[in-house]
Design a protein around this ligand. Structure first.
Ligand SMILES: Cc1cc2nc3c(=O)[nH]c(=O)nc-3n(C[C@H](O)[C@H](O)[C@H](O)COP(=O)(O)OP(=O)(O)OC[C@H]3O[C@@H](n4cnc5c(N)ncnc54)[C@H](O)[C@@H]3O)c2cc1C
Length: 544
């Protein structure tokens, strides 16, 4: 019988070969009866301040039914009487159907859509405006070191999408186990460590992502797909409510199915859709600052005297503050333990900030976005003829322009000590120890709206209390965090198509259906399934 057991608490130092004994004791059954034992989930519990942090495991194993004491049956989740889970990969669909499905954008959503289409035998063609990983890294390095911006290939655009230069956190609240498993297993097949399949807070780091993403691409090509870098989609053609073609680098390409996974920095795509047949709607979003503090402080707050334990690593945090006393709620986002802060831009004269880390998470700093929600009243209507749905991203742009100028108009990051921000002054100088060198002292209150600054000034010290941080001189704020989520949703119907254009499949974070690498990857799988389903229907019609 295949069973799972949850909530098994083991010390930090446990060894794999001790697990059958531990599980046997837990179930009061003979160790010899346990076979095929594997850990399927692992998290760390460090909540009790008086005892050492410990692992909490879920395990899966085979056990003869007769060896289970009736009194302990409640500890078990019976999975099935035979092992295999439902097959995840679609069998090839034999259809003589052209044109090939198009996928636009090689971020997690577009890449996974293309991989799944290729695995289903549908020979997708993937178009990406930016460069492949190796060239893209050079463009990004030129930007970070000298402020030379490539508007088509940067920290936001290019193979791997927005998450390539990231912490590579793979946490997700998704309940969609089969697709989540397929996404993570695909990453493992392409070189990710198998630990991501079991860790409660898995992460890869930017260095591992830079190796995995090209392997995903090679896998897709081996399965019959095709990729074109430095190819930007600029237009779509719609006939009788259905997609007829896309225009890429000025060339019209017939297309009846196209996954649009262009991310939320592709503002030109929103503008093009808003002017045409593709319905958009505004959605809530948040803005704020990126805060950096010594990682040792975070480790001490979370792991206490056990901080140096080799199995604990750099600690993270997730902090929230409810709305109170007229101040808006505030929450942390995209925490990067042992990471660095960096400048990003995809348009000249605009600047935003973000955080990333490497797999070892071993810098001296931790950083996270501290965000407050933007409310409709904050967003001024623009005096041009553009549709109102674009106002949210124009509001982001206003802030990004202010940040660019405050940072010295050469893509240096505007920054401020938290102590100065709270005192309403500009830092005379920045701490020498910081993760980003191209940063200059600036007045963050001149970059972000007053209501957001007031919320941050109220909430941040109270939130940092949870990490026992009360000295603010070494805590740095960088501005501005504007791109934590999309201000626009590209509406789609239950099948996954745009509500205005049959055959167009808005997908991922830019479409407003994902917020992170994993959810974007899962949404890419869904987009592929929409196309596969329509091809199946076509194939069965052809057979009749
Ligand atoms: C610095 C940073 C750190 C992050 N860290 C994490 C993290 O640790 N964990 C996490 O879960 N999430 C993280 N995120 C969020 C995560 O990266 C995104 O949620 C995810 O990448 C969204 O995936 P996507 O495929 O929908 O869009 P994107 O990743 O934005 O990909 C869109 C792609 O489309 C391309 N494109 C755009 N327009 C066109 C066009 N017209 N023609 C052709 N191609 C086009 C772009 O170049 C880009 O490659 C981070 C984001 C950033 C910016």
């Amino acid at each position: 019988m295949l069973v799972r057991i949850h909530q098994i608490k083991v010390p930090l130092d446990y060894q794999e070969d001790e697990l059958p004994d531990i599980v046997g004791k837990h179930l009061r059954c003979p160790t010899g009866a346990i076979t095929n034992l594997v850990v399927i989930r692992r998290s760390i519990d460090a909540r009790n301040k008086t005892r050492a942090p410990f692992f909490v495991l879920s395990v899966q194993l085979n056990l003869p039914e007769k060896s289970i004491d009736k009194r302990h049956r409640k500890l078990l989740e019976i999975v099935s009487f035979d092992q295999p889970e439902p097959a995840q990969t679609d069998p090839a669909i034999q259809v003589n159907h052209r044109p090939r499905p198009a996928v636009v954008g090689a971020g997690p959503a577009g890449l996974m859509a293309a991989v799944a289409l290729a695995e289903a035998g549908l020979h997708p063609v993937l178009y990406e405006r930016g460069e492949a990983v190796a060239e893209r890294r050079k463009s990004v390095q030129a930007f970070w070191s000298g402020g030379v911006l490539n508007e088509e290939s940067n920290a936001l655009f290019g193979e791997g999408g927005a998450g390539l230069f990231s912490d590579g956190k793979l946490t997700s609240r998704s309940k969609d186990r089969p697709r989540l498993r397929r996404f993570l297993e695909t990453l493992v097949r392409c070189g990710a460590p198998a630990d991501i399949l079991i860790d409660a807070e898995p992460h890869l780091g930017s260095d591992q992502l830079a190796e995995i993403v090209p392997r995903l691409r090679h896998h897709m090509i081996e399965m019959g797909g095709e990729v074109h870098f430095n190819h930007r989609m600029d237009q779509i053609e719609v006939k009788s409510g259905a997609l007829a073609s896309i225009t890429v680098n000025g060339t019209r390409i017939p297309a009846d199915h196209c996954v649009v996974a262009t991310g939320h920095s592709a503002r030109d795509i929103y503008r093009m859709f808003a002017a045409g047949d593709v319905p958009l709607e505004g959605k809530p979003f948040a803005i704020g600052v990126r805060l950096e503090l010594p990682q040792s402080v975070i480790n001490h707050a979370q792991w206490r005297q056990w901080a140096s334990h080799p199995r604990l690593g750099a600690a993270s945090f997730k902090l929230t503050r409810k709305e109170e006393m007229g101040f808006r709620p505030c929450y942390t986002f995209c925490m990067c333990p042992g990471g660095i802060v960096f400048a990003c831009a995809s348009s000249r004269g605009m600047l935003t900030t973000n955080g990333m880390s490497f797999s070892r998470r071993d810098t001296e700093f931790g950083n996270a976005a501290f965000l407050a929600p933007v409310r409709p009243d904050d967003i001024p209507a623009t005096p041009d003829d553009d549709p109102a749905v674009l106002d949210g991203y124009k509001f982001q742009e206003t802030i990004e322009r202010a940040a660019f100028h405050a940072g010295g108009a050469d893509y240096g990051l505007p920054a401020c000590r938290l102590s100065d921000f709270l005192a309403g002054t500009v830092s005379a100088e920045l701490p020498v120890k910081r993760s980003v060198q191209r940063a200059v002292p600036a007045d963050i209150r001149k970059i972000l709206p007053a209501v957001i600054c007031d919320t941050l000034a109220h909430a941040i010290p109270r939130m940092l209390q949870q990490l026992s941080v009360s000295v603010y001189d070494e805590v740095l704020l960088y501005a501005a965090e504007t791109r934590s989520s999309s201000p626009i949703r590209i509406t789609r119907n239950r099948e996954g198509y745009s509500t205005g254009v049959y055959g167009l499949i808005p997908c991922g974070e830019g479409a407003g259906y994902a917020g992170g690498i994993v959810s974007a990857g899962i949404d890419g799988l869904k987009a592929a399934e929409t196309i596969i389903k329509s091809y199946r229907i076509l194939a069965s019609k052809n057979q009749q």
